[in-house]
Design a protein around this ligand. Structure first.
Ligand code: SF4
Length: 213
């Protein structure tokens, strides 16, 4: 099956499989999602969601993030891992938001991804989930692995995987696509020992024999 045919089938199948697919990070405004997404690097959403209630209570505005001390922020976000880098990224991002965007979260991929500590993936998460602006596809490790196994890409670099996905799926699906793939990666298509035998995509997946009966 050709990749665009597979993509078309997946766009029909995934909404039935995962009708409630959504961003699993907890947030109530764009700033909170931006911060939570920075913290989610190399960390589970569950762990981030354990940390952010106290952080969001302490820091409610961009000014709060720009003025909190490095030490205090590191202490709050410690359990998410890479806490020094993450605290630095959050504080620098807040300073840049104040300096260049009057404290507002910009609504374009170019402006968001230009912020220190905010890469293309984080920018896509915020744009897609908060503003419903789909300029790209979020590619994390689940999305990359699933895209390769499903034959949607041959690439390993996130930016190239993203370009392939953008060619195969209509723009209206770019936001939800990463949620579908992440959920399927968590529930069936594990990094090690994917559950191909029980997988709902078995009949259309070119890698279905990763685990043989
Ligand atoms: S059949 Fe196996 S490799 Fe293909 S999507 Fe399902 S779990 Fe992943």
């Amino acid at each position: 099956m050709k990749p665009h045919q597979l993509a078309s089938l997946l766009a029909q199948k995934f909404p039935q499989l995962y009708p409630d697919a959504h961003c699993e990070l907890l947030y109530s405004n764009p700033l909170e999602l931006l911060v939570a997404t920075i913290l989610s690097a190399q960390c589970t959403d569950v762990r981030v969601n354990q940390v952010t209630p106290a952080l969001f209570q302490r820091c409610k505005t961009v000014e709060d993030y720009a003025s909190i001390s490095q030490q205090e922020l590191e202490t709050i976000v410690h359990s998410t891992g890479f806490f020094r880098n993450k605290a630095t990224a959050i504080r620098k991002t807040a300073a840049a938001l104040l300096e260049k965007h009057a404290g507002k979260i910009p609504q374009s991929l170019a402006e968001l991804s230009a912020l220190p500590g905010v890469g293309r993936k984080t920018a896509n998460v915020v744009l897609s989930n908060v503003f419903e602006i789909h300029e790209g596809v979020v590619v994390d490790t689940h999305v990359g692995r699933l895209s390769q196994r499903l034959g949607l890409t041959r690439h390993h670099q996130p930016v190239k995987i993203e370009q392939d996905l953008m060619k195969l799926f209509p723009q209206k699906n770019w936001g939800i696509l990463s949620h579908w793939l992440i959920l399927h990666g968590r529930r069936r298509c594990y990094a090690r020992k994917p559950d191909c035998i029980e997988c709902e995509l078995r009949l259309i997946c070119p890698s279905k024999d990763l685990v043989k009966k």
